[in-house]
Ligand binder design. Structure first.
Ligand code: ATP
Length: 259
């Protein structure tokens, strides 16, 4: 991964907009003690997603914002931009459509950090993955701070292994495996929830099937009842009609007898 330019504004001692051009080959930064050389390396770590204030030699992340001097007031925000050459198109899908990438991180007092890639707002994780895939990042052993060489010499095998893995370019795979494990856990939890819902639904379906059978029987009996009632009414009507006819016949006979 080729870094082309580091842009700082309000970051630690770099209160005014400052640009560090990083050309091919070796770039050296020289200056008297306390002029801000280490701050440049910290800006690089910070824009790559460093989230430990101690790694920035501070107590809180807002300590990276220019704190003011006797002659200049403190700033309310700090911003660092890192321009990367992406002509080999090795950036992750979604950020791989241009030859140059600019990653910016801005911190505002009481509002935290915001990240952008080529002006588009992204998550801290997107930025960390972009660098992890290129086997670098805020905690990459390639960024050597003061005293780190002796730490490495005295390091335990596990820490040394991390250095070798970074060098072999598999650092990003661990992050991706971790993300995949988190997704897998999420999917398993979702599956368990779906099983619970299925159990509930099958209980409800059994109750509904019982109710449906009762409703069908009710309809059958209702239809039979209506037929029986119609037959009964017809029978009563027919009986009444026969009784009427009979009464008329009797009346006629009585009338004839009376004459
Ligand atoms: P050395 O050569 O001694 O290691 P250096 O060139 O690496 O020094 P840095 O440690 O990068 O210098 O810079 C330290 C300077 O940055 C100090 O002067 C300190 O006051 C200043 N500084 C650090 N944080 C802030 C801040 N938040 N606001 C203003 N100045 C800051």
């Amino acid at each position: 991964m080729q870094f082309d330019r580091l842009r700082l504004n309000g970051f630690k001692s770099f209160v005014d907009p400052t640009e560090l051009v990083i050309r091919r080959g070796l770039t050296g930064v020289v200056g008297p003690n306390g002029c801000g050389k280490s701050n440049l390396l910290e800006a690089l770590r910070w824009v790559m997603g460093e989230n430990r204030p101690t790694a920035m030699r501070g107590e809180g992340m807002e300590d990276v914002i220019f704190a003011g001097t006797t002659r200049r007031p403190a700033r309310g925000h700090a911003e660092v931009g890192l321009a990367i050459d992406n002509s080999a198109r090795l950036a992750p899908v979604g950020f791989n459509d241009s030859d140059a990438l600019e990653i910016t991180r801005r911190i505002t007092r009481d509002a935290g950090s915001a990240y952008r890639i080529n002006g588009r707002e992204v998550r801290a994780r997107d930025v960390q993955m972009l660098f992890a895939d290129a086997s670098t990042g805020s905690q990459s052993p390639a960024l050597v701070r003061q005293g780190q060489i002796s730490e490495l010499i005295n390091a335990k095998p596990k820490s040394r292994r991390r250095v070798l893995e970074e060098a072999a370019g598999i650092g990003g795979l661990y992050q991706r495996r971790h993300e995949a494990e988190l997704k897998l856990n999420g999917a398993e939890q979702n599956l368990a929830r779906v099983d619970d819902t299925l159990d509930q639904l099958s209980t409800q379906a059994a109750a509904l099937a019982r109710q449906a059978r009762t409703a069908a029987r009710y309809r059958e009996i209702g239809a039979a009842l209506r037929v029986a009632e119609s037959a009964l009414l017809y029978r009563r009507w027919a009986d009444a009609r026969a009784a009427l006819d009979q009464a008329q016949v009797t009346l006629a006979a009585d009338a004839r007898a009376a004459l």
